[in-house]
Structures are given as structure tokens and as C-alpha cells.
Write a protein that binds this ligand. Structure first.
Ligand code: GDP
Length: 435
């Protein structure tokens, strides 16, 4: 089960919050016979998701303070295994040095973090701790009251929103690459060119479906699985039927890949069909590298290159983040650069922005360009966190997701992209309402 860890300096109410969750009517708590009254962990089910909740307040004793090395060691261990951290501060007291120390520990963990200001029993906005807590770098705190049951459900909603979709299974280190493109652009020749290189070891053909042939290869640029849609031929069929079938085949290959390589014909430029196929990679939130092929046929390479770049900028402009390179499958030119770009896109898919940096970047972007009014209301961001990788996925807690205009969403996406290098991959922004 993913672990959700409650941390904070002594006396902020960690254990009260823990017990309030356990007492929450809608939360199903696993009964563990034989556990004592002061349990530190419990399995919780909320909105059909299960997680284990850990109360680090239980490590504290009356004699020791939280900075006793033994306790900090336990807290650190809990944080290391956490999928989500609930960081508790006191809404009524201002921040103390201990809060800042704890913030530093949480910051280093680089995990999705929910900052809550407990003891917000009433008039939350006037409480000193709430205004000050924004300075900790985790966005605005969610005011909660463990005692009076304020916003505890919202907190659990937020926890569930940040749980990883799938258990984080260790992934194979091979980059899965789908070679896609319309007919006759040179996909087969490219696959053969890659496989035929001297330093490439074809370790095994992993699986052959009706849609594609998977081949595992090891190269100086890294280890890959090539998902080759061109390898499967259906002879004797022509016309729109074939076209429809190949879109389906492309989609299935893209779904199984990390990075799609879109092969385009450098003598013809970027066609509407190429644009459409690029869209399949974008819709599936994959990495995308464009390989402009057949450059051996270019009479004036410099001029043609500029022409191809102009075409990509205008016809694939909805993917400004796509990487591209120029190749000749026939002469086996540019293959190493292509594989390097594929690896770069894969790395971008695994990149994380620490929560404080993400919030700083978004706060600055919003300051520089105030969101437009929608139905007389303005979009407000409480805080954001990166919930996952592959693709990098960001959850933004806002007053009302309906208030995020399409173009403003694009603007925020650009701000996130500029903050970290996500060139080569799609990223996902998820907007969620927070009261
Ligand atoms: P696919 O349908 O995308 O798999 O395309 P193929 O690999 O079958 O290639 C289509 C045609 O383009 C064939 O006649 C190839 O010989 C030719 N071709 C592929 N790559 C290159 C290249 O880099 N240079 C040149 N001059 N011809 C190429």
C-alpha cells in the first residue's frame, strides 16, 4: 500500500489529525486486532483508494523533543518510504524555527506534500499561522481542525488525488520506442539501419503481435525495445481501409511506448497526415522525436534544413516541445543522434520538480500574467505538486477548475516547462478543486 506520512513539530496536532481520520465515518479503517490504543499506523480507504496512514507524532515522547536524533531518524525513515506527506503546522501560533527545520527535511524528500494548518477552529483567514505558512514553500496551507472536524475530508480528497496511479513497480531500463509515420517515409529502412549497425546487439525479438514487432537491442546510446509497426505487412490491401487500419496500429504501438519516433519524408516535408500521427503521440502523453529522413536526396542541405524546420514549426506547432533531427536511413546517417534524442526524451519523462520550486514558478507566472476573469470570477491557485512521472504529471489545487481558460492552461504549462527541462515529452496538468 502507498504510505501517507503525517509530519510536523511537536504539539501541532499530528496524532489528533491521525485519530480524526480514523474516526471519520466515510473512511474505512482496517481493523487490526491486538493493536494498542496508541497505534501509529492504520490502513485507510477513502474514495475507493487504499493507503497506509502513518503518524510520526507517535514517535515523540514527553521527555524528548523532536530533534532527538533517534526520533528524527524515525521521521526520516517514514518520509523516505512515503508516497505523500502531510506536513502539519499550527494555525494559531506563528511559525517557529522548528517548522522551518521540518520544512527543510520535507523539501529534501521531493515528494508530493500537503501543507495543513491545524487548529483552524474558526476565522481561519485571520490566524497568524495561516498567512505565515505560505512562506514554507508548499503553497498556501489547507486550514483544518482535527478537533472540530474542519476540512479533514478535503485533506483526504487531496491525499487520494496525489496517490500514484499504479504501484511504482521497478521499471525495465529499456526505453520503449515506437517507430511511426505514414507509408513510404522509410520506417522499415530505418529499423533495418538501426538493427544493422555494427555496434548494435539484437538481443531478442520480444514479442510479435498482429500490430507490431518488438525487438530488444543494446547500443552505445542505451538499451531499447523497438516497436516496429512497419514490420507487419498486410499485402494486397490498398485504399482507405489500409489507412484506417494503420492508424489503429500506430495508436496501439504508441500506447506501449515511452517515446515515439515520427519518421517524415524530408523530400516531401511535413504533411497533414504527419501532423495527425504526431497528434497520436501527444494525446497519449508520450515523448516525441521527429526524424526527418531521406536527407541524402537533398541538393541544398542548408536550405532544405531551414525549410523543414519552418514546416515543423508551423505544421507541428502544437508540439513545440518535440525534439527533431535529420537522418538518412539509406546511408545510415544521424542514427546515433536520433537514439540520443530518444534517451533525452526518456530522461525528461522521469524528471521531477521539487514542490517549493514548482510553487515559486507558478506563483511568479501568475503574478506576471494575472488570470482573466471568467464569469466574473478569477482562478486562484492554492498550491501545486508533481504527482508523478512518465509522463511528468502535475496536480494544481485551485478554487475552481472551470475558471482555467484553455490559453491560460497553456501558459502555466509553458511556465512549468521552462522551470525544468521537459523538452521531448508531453507533460500533464490536472486541475482539482479545493475548498
Ligand atoms: P515505410 O513504409 O515507412 O516502412 O518505408 P520504407 O522503409 O519501405 O521505405 C519507402 C521507400 O523509401 C523505399 O523505396 C526506400 O528505399 C526509400 N527510403 C527509405 N529511407 C530512405 C533514405 O534515407 N534515403 C532514400 N534516398 N530513400 C529512402
Amino acid at each position: 500500500l502507498p504510505r501517507v506520512v503525517i509530519v510536523g513539530r511537536p504539539n501541532v496536532g499530528k496524532s489528533s489529525l491521525f485519530n480524526r481520520v480514523l474516526g471519520e465515518r466515510r473512511a474505512i479503517v482496517e481493523d487490526e486486532p491486538g493493536t494498542t490504543r496508541d497505534r501509529l499506523e492504520a490502513d485507510v480507504e477513502w474514495l475507493d483508494r487504499r493507503f497506509r496512514l502513518i503518524d510520526t507524532g507517535g514517535y515523540e515522547t514527553n521527555e524528548q523533543n523532536v530533534y532527538a536524533p533517534l526520533i528524527m531518524g524515525q521521521v526520516q525513515q517514514a518520509i523516505d518510504t512515503a508516497a505523500v506527506i502531510i506536513f502539519v503546522v499550527d494555525a494559531r501560533d506563528g511559525l517557529t524555527a522548528s517548522d522551518y527545520d521540518m520544512a527543510e527535511v520535507v523539501r529534501r524528500a521531493q515528494k508530493p506534500t500537503i501543507l495543513v494548518a491545524n487548529k483552524a477552529d474558526n476565522e481561519a483567514r485571520e490566524l497568524a499561522g495561516i498567512a505565515e505558512a505560505s512562506a514554507l514553500g508548499f503553497g498556501e496551507p489547507l486550514p483544518v481542525s482535527a478537533l472540530h472536524d474542519v476540512n479533514v475530508r478535503t485533506m483526504l480528497d487531496m491525499v487520494v488525488a496525489l496517490l500514484p496511479d499504479i504501484p511504482l513497480v521497478p521499471e525495465s531500463d529499456r526505453t520503449r520506442v515506437a517507430i511511426i509515420g505514414r507509408p513510404n517515409v522509410g520506417k522499415s529502412m530505418l529499423v533495418n539501419a538501426i538493427l544493422g549497425q555494427e555496434r548494435v546487439i539484437v538481443s531478442h525479438v520480444a514479442g510479435t503481435t498482429r500490430d507490431a514487432i518488438d525487438t530488444e537491442i543494446d547500443t552505445p546510446e542505451g538499451s531499447f525495445v523497438l516497436i516496429d509497426t512497419a514490420g507487419v505487412r498486410r499485402p494486397g490491401k490498398l485504399g482507405t481501409g489500409v489507412e484506417r487500419h494503420s492508424v489503429l496500429r500506430t495508436t496501439r504501438a504508441v500506447e506501449r511506448c515511452d517515446v515515439a519516433v515520427l519518421v517524415v519524408d524530408g523530400t516531401e516535408g511535413v504533411t497533414a497526415q504527419d501532423t495527425h500521427i504526431a497528434g497520436i503521440a501527444v494525446e497519449n502523453a508520450k515523448g516525441l522525436v521527429i526524424a526527418v529522413n531521406k536527407i541524402d536526396l537533398w541538393d541544398d542541405p542548408a536550405e532544405r534544413k531551414a525549410w523543414a524546420e519552418r514546416q515543423m514549426r508551423s505544421r507541428i506547432r502544437f508540439v513545440p516541445w518535440a525534439l527533431y533531427t535529420f537522418i538518412s536511413a539509406l546511408e545510415r546517417r544521424g542514427l546515433s543522434e536520433l537514439l540520443q534524442l530518444v534517451q533525452a526524451a526518456r530522461e525528461a519523462r522521469r524528471r521531477r520538480i521539487p514542490t517549493p520550486e514548482l510553487n515559486a514558478v507558478l506563483a511568479r507566472a501568475i503574478r506576471e500574467h494575472v488570470p482573466p476573469l471568467v464569469h466574473n470570477k478569477r482562478f486562484k491557485l492554492f498550491y501545486a505538486t508533481q504527482a508523478g512521472i512518465d509522463p511528468p504529471t502535475f496536480v494544481l489545487f485551485v478554487n475552481d477548475p472551470e475558471l482555467v481558460h484553455f490559453s491560460y492552461r497553456r501558459y502555466l504549462e509553458r511556465a512549468i516547462r521552462e522551470a525544468a527541462d521537459f523538452e521531448g515529452t508531453a507533460i500533464k496538468l490536472v486541475f482539482r478543486a479545493r475548498s
